[in-house]
Design a protein around this ligand. Structure first.
Ligand SMILES: [Zn+2]
Length: 240
């Protein structure tokens, strides 16, 4: 996964600033033929490229609508694929048009003309990696992942077809997608932000650093027996 961050701080959704307890992930695709991230994410950070129409979603009401998602997957200016996080993961997004906004992280895959298999394969893998990363962050499983059309059937999202109007054109569907995320969760090869603690561990991590038990580095690494001994000694000395 090629994860970047550009929060859409001018979007009314970001300004509303509500948080949610994350219980699932909703996969969307944009419904428009434009695979370039700069259509949706801006301003240009040097990688996205310039959007001459200035119609990206970092404005109060993009396209005149109340909408905002947690991430986009699409093309950078150089044609490579990237994920841009656009809202804090536990901020309430405006992506589902239904109750899923209160529970689900929502991200958009930028659609192209829907027939390019090479582009599809790349964004599909990127989406699976993003989901595996988020499952680890929020202690979810692949079973907690749905697409917009599945959410509509469950009555928690508006009546949209994404992503099932696209994935089957390339031999995939949401069951296959969930199985692929499960495979990633079973292996070690899931990219994560190694320099930041997981959301569920953040409070304890900050406390342990403040108290001097841990030095605050390498939150995702295993602890060795000698490091454990050092922590024990610090605990003991603190009692005196
Ligand atoms: Zn959607």
């Amino acid at each position: 996964m090629n994860l970047h961050k550009l929060l859409l701080t001018k979007n009314a959704c970001y300004k509303a600033g509500r948080t949610i307890t994350v219980k699932g992930i909703m996969v969307h695709s944009t419904g428009a033929n434009n695979p370039n991230l700069r259509r949706y994410v801006g301003p240009d950070d040097g990688l996205l490229g310039h959007n001459p129409n200035n119609n990206h979603w970092n404005q109060s009401r993009p396209d005149g609508q109340q909408k905002c998602v947690h991430a986009f997957i699409g093309k950078l200016a150089d044609g490579s694929i990237a994920t841009y996080q656009t809202l804090p993961w536990d901020m309430r997004g405006w992506h589902a048009g239904g109750a899923a906004n209160d529970t689900h992280i929502g991200f958009e895959i930028c659609e192209d003309g829907l027939t390019d298999r090479a582009y599809f394969d790349k964004v599909y893998i990127e989406a699976a990696e993003l989901c595996a990363y988020l499952c680890k962050e929020f202690r979810l499983t692949e079973k907690n992942i749905i697409c917009h059309s599945e959410g509509a059937r469950q009555g928690i999202a508006s009546n949209h077809a994404d992503v099932m109007h696209w994935f089957p054109k390339h031999g995939k569907n949401m069951d296959v997608f969930r199985a692929d995320v499960k495979k990633l969760l079973g292996g070690a090869n899931v990219a994560a932000d190694k320099n930041a603690p997981s959301v569920w561990a953040k409070d304890a991590w900050t406390w342990a650093k403040k108290e001097g038990y841990l030095d605050g580095t390498r939150p995702k690494d295993n602890i060795t027996r000698e490091e454990f001994a050092v922590v024990l000694k610090r605990l003991e000395e603190k009692k005196k």
